[in-house]
Design a protein around this ligand. Structure first.
Ligand code: AHR
Length: 534
């Protein structure tokens, strides 16, 4: 698809203020100043019974001609390996608050077919009505999901239906997943369904978007339900970590009201909250996921960059009630969200082709999470396959990774590293919009140290200018260094079934001079530096 370069239609001097011309970056990394550990869970994922995520994306069935492992698409399992061992959230999203886990166990041929939540809500109105997406066959249920997690070495994170089922059904789900074989009837059922060993599920999301699709509650009502659901839950030795349905973006009232009501009941009640789930989608700009101007892209980067303030502002507010900050932030839905006109199959609701623009936003966002490693304990990009900011496109026997997948693969090395204090300075990108001069971030990054390896990642968000950078290492020097870059000559570049490697990383030259590293970040690039420290 031909791109229109908006900036080329206006004089450069008008598009870029003086300070932004011939920009250079000044990066400092303080090797001896760790402030937390980057949890692998901030590179987490999310899969929902929605469009082409589960059926077509993950589950192809055991009898499929598509290579599979126990019904799960093998290409997907293989492509998860380079991403490390993280966390997977299921079955929603909004779907979770309509889901009865008891429908998805036992012999598949006996499982009920139920209208999918998204279908019921008329959201699939443009989808052919006879299509598989209309109903959920329940072929992919608890055992299938938890086996999928084992295959890809991910910690499962189950989202509990709080809107339409009672707390007892939640307790039974815990028993089904975690009780030792023989302990009770729930455990017996699990064994009969083929899984003798308990799954020991630790993470439980108690409701989803309870301010909206999860029950349209007030924060006060939600806190009452939350306390009821998390009271006296079955435990089998391992701790359970409950995640409460937090705010939609900047809804600070929801955060304040929930924390107030919990603490009013008793200050100890916050011990029941391991994570406070923030949802933030930076949406879309332009016509479609592949048809947008440079100005659209810069507007989009600004929106994505809001994540930083959302984290710090909610964190500050939470601290008013929880001075020791025992409750951590869990950003369990985030991503770009484009119109689904570029989806690879008509029933892939919220699906779209992902471009280099999405990869830049992935880099920007993951670096933000790393810079707040002391606050953000988990984050789940929405969604793994065929949906929103997807890492994979899959349809029938066709499969490819997206530019966003490459960013996750490049960033893997940060997992479990000590987050280091670092600064990334470069002038913002100035641009003109509707006759006004505005600006977007040009550079973002993060640094971590694991054993003797320093990892620095950074994103150059200028679509037109390379960014020469000097990285000053404070408190250490590098012996050996390697660079990698993900970039493209066009911001709408993307991978497709026909061209699965159109966007992929390449080596990047990095020079070592004592405690200084020098490199140039190409326009629209995500880079990684790995340095073996002396
Ligand atoms: O990720 C798609 C939907 O977005 C989820 O189901 C819901 O939680 C959110 O509004």
């Amino acid at each position: 698809m031909k791109r229109r370069h908006f900036l080329s239609t206006i004089p450069l001097a008008m598009a870029l203020p003086r300070s932004a011309r011939a920009a250079a970056a000044d990066i400092s990394v303080f090797v001896n100043e760790p402030f937390g550990t980057i949890s692998p869970f901030v590179h987490g994922h999310f899969v929902e019974h929605l469009g082409g995520v589960i059926y077509d994306g993950i589950w192809v069935g055991e009898n499929s001609k598509i290579p599979n492992i126990g019904g799960v698409r093998k290409a997907l399992v293989d492509a998860m390996q380079p991403l490390g061992s993280t966390v997977m959230r299921w079955p929603g999203g909004c779907f979770a608050d309509s889901y009865d886990w008891r429908d998805g166990i036992g012999p598949r041929e006996k499982r009920p077919r139920k209208p999918n939540f998204w279908m019921q809500n008329g959201i699939l109105r443009n989808v052919p009505m006879d299509h598989v997406a209309r109903n959920d066959s329940n072929a992919f249920g608890t055992n299938e999901f938890l086996r999928f997690c084992r295959l890809i070495d991910a910690a499962p994170y189950l989202a509990v239906n709080m809107r339409s089922l009672p707390a007892q059904v939640f307790n039974d789900w815990i028993d089904y997943c975690n009780a030792p074989a023989g302990a009770n009837t729930m455990a017996d059922q699990r064994v009969a369904n083929g899984d003798r060993d308990p799954f020991n599920v630790r993470f439980w999301g108690v409701g989803n978007e309870s301010w909206g699709c999860g029950g349209e509650m007030t924060a006060g009502e939600y806190s009452t339900e939350y306390r009821k659901f998390t009271a006296w839950t079955p435990r089998y030795g391992n701790p359970l970590s409950f995640i409460a349905a937090g705010p939609n973006g900047g809804d600070f009232r929801w955060t304040r009201d929930f924390f107030t009501r919990m603490v009013d009941k008793s200050p100890g009640m916050l011990n029941r909250v391991w994570g406070w789930a923030l949802h933030y989608y930076c949406g879309t700009t332009g016509k479609t996921s592949v048809d947008f101007t440079d100005v659209d892209a810069y507007d989009h980067f600004q929106r994505a960059d809001r994540m930083e303030r959302l984290i710090t502002d909610h964190w500050q507010l939470m601290g008013e009630f929880d001075r020791e900050h025992r409750v951590k932030l869990v950003v369990d839905e985030w991503g770009t969200w484009h119109p689904d006109s570029t989806a690879v199959a008509p029933h892939h609701l919220f699906g779209s082709v992902q471009t280099m623009r999405d990869a830049l936003i992935a880099g920007l966002t993951l670096d933000t999470f790393h810079r707040h490693a002391d606050k953000v304990a988990m984050a789940n990009v929405a969604q793994l396959v065929n949906c929103i900011q997807t890492l994979f496109l899959a349809h029938e026997d066709k499969f490819c990774v997206t530019p966003t997948w490459h960013v996750f693969a490049m960033y893997r090395q940060h997992q479990n590293g000590k987050a280091l204090r670092a600064s990334f300075n470069a002038p913002r990108v100035g641009y003109t919009k509707e006759d006004k001069e505005v600006s977007a971030p040009r550079l973002a990054g993060s640094a971590s140290l694991a054993e003797n390896t320093l990892t620095v990642t950074a994103t150059n968000l200028s679509l037109t200018e390379a960014l020469p950078a000097v990285v000053q290492l404070h408190g250490g020097s590098a012996k050996e260094v390697r660079g990698q870059v993900l970039s493209a000559s066009d911001i709408s570049a993307h991978n497709s079934f026909a061209h699965p490697e159109a966007v992929k990383p390449a080596p990047l030259a990095v020079e070592i001079a004592g405690t200084t590293l020098k490199l140039t970040l190409p326009p629209m690039s995500v880079v990684k530096i790995e340095a073996r420290m002396g």
